[in-house]
Design a protein around this ligand. Sequence first.
Ligand code: ZN
Length: 137
Amino acid sequence: MTFEVTREDVSKEQSTLKDRKKIKEEVNRRLVHGIKEENLEYDSLYSIEKSSINRDSEILSLLFHRMFFYRLNEKLSALHCDHTYRFSRQILTQMQFNRGKINDILEIFKKNGGKCDCGVLYNVESLLIGKDNSHID
Ligand SMILES: [Zn+2]
């Protein structure tokens, strides 16, 4: 794996990546290694107020920042949900969680309304993003 580190950009802290290739590299870096080097537009979706309400906010926030939901969205835009955790498992494995941890995370998804991959994306990610605090059952 090659890392291309550019230090020329002095306004880095405020700027978000626009280049598709660089975005992809940042996503993979966070997903696989848990290292954040650049800001992504996606980061601004995160709501501390909303996520902090949730009992499982610690692990769910970690998954958000490590681009789990982002990657799940990519998978589900290309392929249909077969109403299992197929893609969630794939991604969590790629994130180097062990089997026990993966099962714990899937339990947390289930508890929060994510009964399959598409449920995780629509019901669980939405607990962490946006400004609206109202909940519709
Ligand atoms: Zn589904």
